[in-house]
Ligand binder design. Structure first.
Ligand code: F6R
Length: 614
């Protein structure tokens, strides 16, 4: 949500900023704006809608060329997504401009105070209050960084703020609390952004900023302080992917590229985690083995697709590590009374590492003294910093809003964690863990094989573009796969789609079945004979009631053939690993169907990649 870019250096700032905003488009937004400082004057431009509207406005009325600027893509929270509410916002004098990501919770009180003090606010946003508060502070100190520190001390909620001021035309100031902001360190130029994708074309050296830190950015250097002005500790890192990873590479959509990258992403996530002796070594786990032996319960918290990875993790953890495992929507977790103790391990799964619901759940668990482990795809994001240990997925940048390759790598991460717990706690013999790890190592090839056989799935998807509803059924780990298939279809094709546990059919959902209704069924491997046979009966039941059955089953499973209107075969793999191959056809299905309906699959309506508000 909201993309932020700041630049100071020698290049034309407008070009750098607009290019950076384009790279952040995937985060989701509904208006865009820029500010440039040139010849001591502040010029701003902003437009509702996509970046192209802003680009057109800038072409019609180009701002003066300057080498310091900032830009913003806004995902509306307070106030409609129109030109007026788009960022940057300025103060009464027009000397200060501010952009913001997050929600300032006490903005109503601040706004009244400002209006009583004679300020004229012209938008409906919470952000504009900050511009006017900075105006007040600058009257006394004249120092933008100090003004920002003072203002931040008054703010409640979550924010990344970036501000510029005509009084100091070489300075960009940023601040963050509960919302992402990274520094890109160049030579004679520096960058600020919501994530590294915005400046990766210029530098791969980054600094992650901590909570309540204020950064002063000049062409020649970067200074970071806490809110009291004391020098703050920061972590510098080198980004291990380059600009080509953040580009489409010949595909029409990022989503297509990311689906195709899955074999590589799965392989990379396994890389370096299997020692020469066949034992798992999860270096970043950082929770001592002794503490893992003392764990008596696991709770997984996550949202959306990551939550589905959590649901699959439960099966693996309970089966291999013999530990009770609960899975909870992160957004619900802290609003009940979860029973946690020092011997509870809370695993938070988040591709972005910035999902506010997940971060809040982690903080709640921290207060209850639980141990915290993060599974995250973005180095330098907030979640890993707030956890005791982390397991990074190596999916590379995921740009399309709908998660695909990150999901598969999250599955790999949870399998690794489950097997690692089994190894440490002795619930599986070393050779059993090793055997399973070897099977995991075969998964990139299996996923590749699935991808090679997707043309009939694409054809099927195109033929269903006129349908209004699709149901998905699964059992065991196939149930979360069904949920994931339905979520992909909802978010990309804007169709009604529901996932059900097939055993629940007779408890209600079977009433939905009518003539011609497409129902996708994920069939467990034949080796799970009881489950397998039960779901084959379910397929017969729905077909008898007119459903059009689309069956995903392992190669050679002839028992489903008589009942499948369409059969999608996937390579045979062990039951627990099956989601790695059964999810892929569902991703392709949703992507193709949405494309056939003319939707932009990279940026579905109303959605944001990184959900940084609760
Ligand atoms: C769906 C999707 C979302 C995310 C959810 C959590 O395709 O991408 O449901 O999975 O918003 O995001 P992260 O994993 O970044 O916490």
């Amino acid at each position: 949500m909201c993309g932020i870019v700041g630049y100071v250096g020698a290049r034309p700032a407008l070009d750098v900023v607009v290019e950076g905003l384009a790279r952040l488009e995937y985060r989701g937004y509904d208006s865009a704006g820029v500010a440039v400082l040139a010849d001591g004057r502040l010029a701003t431009a902003k437009r509702a809608g996509k970046l192209v509207n802003l680009r057109n406005a800038l072409e019609e009325e180009p701002p003066p060329a300057g080498t310091l600027g900032m830009g913003h893509t806004r995902w509306a929270t307070h106030g409609a997504p129109n030109d007026r509410n788009a960022h940057p916002h300025t103060d009464c004098t027009g000397a200060v401009a501010v952009i913001h990501n997050g929600i300032i919770e006490n903005f109503a009180a601040l706004r009244s105070e400002l209006e009583e003090g004679g300020h004229k606010l012209s938008s409906d946003t919470d952000t504009e209050a900050v511009a006017h508060l900075l105006e007040n502070e600058l009257r006394s100190s004249g120092d933008l960084a100090e003004a920002m520190r003072r203002v931040c001390r008054r703010l409640e909620g979550a924010f990344t703020l970036v501000a510029v001021h005509t009084g100091d035309p070489d300075l960009v100031v940023g601040a963050r609390r509960n919302s992402p902001l990274v520094v890109g360190v160049g030579e004679g130029e520096n960058f600020l952004a919501s994530d590294v994708a915005a400046f990766i074309a210029h530098t791969r050296d980054a600094i992650e900023l901590g909570q309540d830190q204020v950064v002063e950015l000049r062409a020649g250097g970067v200074t970071v302080t806490d809110l009291d002005g004391r020098p703050a500790e920061t972590t510098a890192y080198h980004v291990d992917w380059d600009v080509s990873a953040a580009e489409k590479g010949g595909f029409d959509y990022f989503m297509l590229k990311e689906i195709a990258e899955q074999p590589r992403a799965v392989a990379d996530t396994l890389l370096g985690r299997i020692g020469a002796d066949g034992r798992l070594t999860l270096d970043e786990m950082r929770i001592p083995d002794q503490e893992l032996r003392e764990v008596d319960k696991i709770i997984i918290v996550a949202c959306g697709t990551s939550y589905h990875a959590g649901l699959i993790a439960k099966y693996a953890i309970e089966h291999w590590a013999g530990l009770p495992c609960e899975v909870e929507l992160a957004s619900e977790f802290r609003y009940r009374d979860p029973i946690l103790s020092r011997s509870t391990l809370v695993i938070a799964i988040s591709q972005s590492g910035e999902t506010m619901d997940a971060l809040m759940a982690v903080r709640h668990a921290r207060e209850q003294h639980a141990k915290l482990l993060g599974i995250c795809n973005v180095n330098g994001s907030t979640l890993p910093r707030e956890c005791d240990g982390v397991l990074y997925t190596h999916a590379g940048p995921e740009i399309a809003v709908a998660s695909t390759k990150a999901f598969l790598t999250q599955l790999v991460a949870v399998y690794l964690i489950a097997l690692y717990l089994a190894q440490v706690r002795g619930t599986k013999w070393g050779d059993e863990v090793f055997a399973m790890v070897q099977l995991l190592a075969q998964m990139p090839d299996k996923v590749d094989k699935v991808l090679e056989t997707m043309e009939p799935v694409r054809e099927l998807a195109r033929s269903l573009a006129g349908e209004r509803c699709v149901l998905f059924l699964g059992r065991h780990v196939g149930f979360p796969v069904a949920l994931e298939g339905a979520l992909k279809l909802k978010e990309l094709a804007y169709m009604h789609a529901e996932g059900f546990a097939a055993g629940e059919l007779k408890h209600g959902p079977i009433a939905l079945i009518e003539d011609g209704l497409p129902v996708v069924v994920v069939v467990p491997p034949r080796a799970r004979d009881v489950l397998h046979d039960k779901i084959v009966s379910n397929i017969q039941e729905i077909r008898a009631r007119g459903a059009r059955t689309i069956v995903i089953a392992e190669e050679g499973d002839t028992s489903v053939e008589p009942y499948a209107d369409t059969l999608i075969s996937v390579p045979a793999v062990p039951t627990l690993l099956q989601p790695l191959v059964t999810t892929v056809p569902l991703q392709v299905f949703a992507c193709e169907l949405a494309t056939a309906k003319g939707h932009d699959v990279d940026q579905p309506r109303n959605l944001a990649k990184s959900v940084t508000v609760e």
